[in-house]
Design a protein around this ligand. Sequence first.
Ligand SMILES: [Zn+2]
Ligand SMILES: [Zn+2]
Length: 244
Amino acid sequence: MVKCRDIFQKIADFIYPPVCPLCNTGVSTHGEFCADCWTAVNWIDGPHCAKCGYPFAPGYDFDDNMLCPVCASGKNELDWIRSACVYDDASKQIMLPFKHAGKIKYARAMSNAMIWALRDIDVSNLDVVMPVPLAWRRLFHRGYNQAALLARPIARVMNCLIDYDSVRRKYRADMGHKNAAQRARNIHGVFRVVRPDKIRGKHILLVDDVMTSGATFSELRRVLMRAGAASVSGVSFCRVVRGM
Ligand SMILES: [Zn+2]
Ligand SMILES: [Zn+2]
């Protein structure tokens, strides 16, 4: 039987044919990059750390449970983290306009790539998808929380609640060129749980656009676990990859 939704989708596709959000080339479905744009990005599709998703060099002799040195030393406290691609010149062409120039039309293809990045994870126990909160001042200037735009389709696919308001974030100056230790210090204490009733006992997936040192995810996990969360994991569109 043909569903109403399918008919509406066909009409919508006729009026607004699906195109790659980056270059406007026609594609088969909404929310995907065209083959050329997809090939340009350094997707994390090979061997990676079982816990944080850190990509190992191609040809690395690995098994599915191998951990990177950071996770092996117990410094990563999230249950797991995955990212769709490496933060480099190619992904910046997506990230920077999306974050700073209002190109919110990229969100659907980006979040589809993030769902793809979770392919080796059992997500069936997740209850809540939480975009990393933005301070009010930044939200006011930017007009949107880019993490929330990415989180919405992910929550829909996973059939999870989305939580925008259980945690507030204080404004602090940009962390642009700080190292990992400075980032950890700068982020410490910025998050505050205001709705612990929505956090207690929940398995929470954090969503962010970019993971730099992991300090934001770690600090948010700290306050959520203190408020009684059952587990905290994370997914980002891209991540900074430094040699270990
Ligand atoms: Zn394209
Ligand atoms: Zn790791």
